[in-house]
Design a protein around this ligand. Structure first.
Ligand code: COA
Length: 318
């Protein structure tokens, strides 16, 4: 597999830390020192589908392909206006593609899993040109009276077009089934046949054990990246950029220190966009590509973590 195009899209509305002090007891100083976040983008009069379409079209344009050329669309998405149909099937129609599509629900690590699935499709000859998309609106998972989670997130979409090539080395994945550390309940309609006092219909917003997530993210991602470098015979110095999930500057610094790599190898967008879930890796990748920071042939690592508890890391040449 190789990446032949990237694209991204963000909501217009910029929300500063100071603006959040209107809704709960917090401060710019607390948010910046604990997370590195200064602003985030939040959906207002656009929809997530608009962002997903824009990111997809930009990725196709930079790959010099038309939507009809695609033979599969994979989308990482956990929340949008529809429980079904899938986000990928909505985007397929809007951009004028004709190919089959499917969504993956691996939350913040989703883009890494989707790229690995794309590689498997290409290796087995089942598809040649694949749009890999991540579109997420985590600001709508939050309870906007809960300061512990609401300050962390922003919305966005990022995409890559991939095709046959020898750039992909491989991936490492970890699933530790611990939903309690980071989860969100589905909003369900009650039937008349059950005991409504069970608690199944309350608390459908995000629940997170921040400190536990922090520790697991640093440990799992650092281990995966170290293993990848060992397996494929690369040193940390051979990697131009570690394109990590943009959840928190301190988590990124923790992984950097664990690997003993240089801070300049860890580009960030978390300061301006907050945590955009699985969209954060392709958004950052697109910014690096469009800003001419990544050149053809550079080695990159991508890594994501989240949802109780799922992580993934991959190594490839750009
Ligand atoms: N503003 C001000 N104070 C806040 C706050 C906010 N937005 N959120 C929490 N606090 C308070 C807490 O109530 C607590 O107060 P107390 O000491 O009076 O009880 C205090 O700050 C410390 O809370 P704590 O949770 O121990 O802080 P922390 O240093 O662990 O930082 C996180 C909290 C969430 C920033 C940190 O744990 C983290 O980054 N975790 C990873 C989260 C993440 O990235 N999730 C997404 C993964 S995809």
């Amino acid at each position: 597999m190789k990446i032949i195009g990237t694209g991204s899209a963000l909501p217009k509305k910029v929300v500063t830390n100071d603006m959040l002090t209107e809704f709960f007891d917090t401060s710019d100083e607390w948010i910046r020192t604990r997370t590195g976040i200064s602003t985030r983008r939040i959906l207002t009069d656009e929809s997530l589908i608009d962002l997903a379409i824009e990111a997809s079209q930009k990725a196709l344009e930079s790959a010099n392909l038309k939507a009809e050329d695609l033979d599969f669309i994979l989308c990482s998405n956990v929340n949008n206006n529809y429980v079904y149909p899938s986000m990928s099937s909505i985007v397929q129609g809007k951009i004028g593609a004709k190919c089959p599509c499917t969504d993956l629900r691996n939350a913040c690590a989703g883009f890494i899993y989707a790229l690995d699935v794309a590689d498997a499709f290409i290796q087995t000859g089942r598809a040649k040109k694949i749009l890999v998309l991540a579109a997420e609106e985590p600001t709508r998972f939050c309870h906007w009276e809960h300061r512990e989670t609401s300050v962390l997130f922003g919305d966005g979409a990022g995409a890559a077009v991939v095709t046959e090539g020898g750039d992909y080395k491989g991936a490492q994945f970890t699933t530790i089934s611990m939903p309690d550390v980071l989860y969100q309940r589905q909003r369900l309609e009650p039937t008349p046949f059950e005991d409504l006092s069970s608690g199944a219909y309350i608390n459908h917003t995000m629940v997170m054990q921040g400190r536990e997530v922090f520790k697991m993210a640093v440990t799992c991602c650092s281990n995966e990246i170290s293993k990848l470098l060992d397996i494929y015979g690369y040193k940390k110095e051979d990697v131009k950029y570690f394109v990590l999930h943009q959840a928190n500057l301190r988590i990124i610094n923790g992984i950097q220190q664990y690997l003993g790599a240089d801070a300049s190898q860890f580009p960030t967008t978390v300061e301006k966009y907050g945590n955009t879930s699985s969209a954060s890796v392709p958004i950052l990748l697109d910014e690096l590509v469009k800003g001419n920071k990544i050149q053809r042939g550079d080695m990159i690592v991508m890594s994501g973590f989240g949802a109780g508890f799922t992580t993934g890391s991959l190594l490839m040449k750009y």
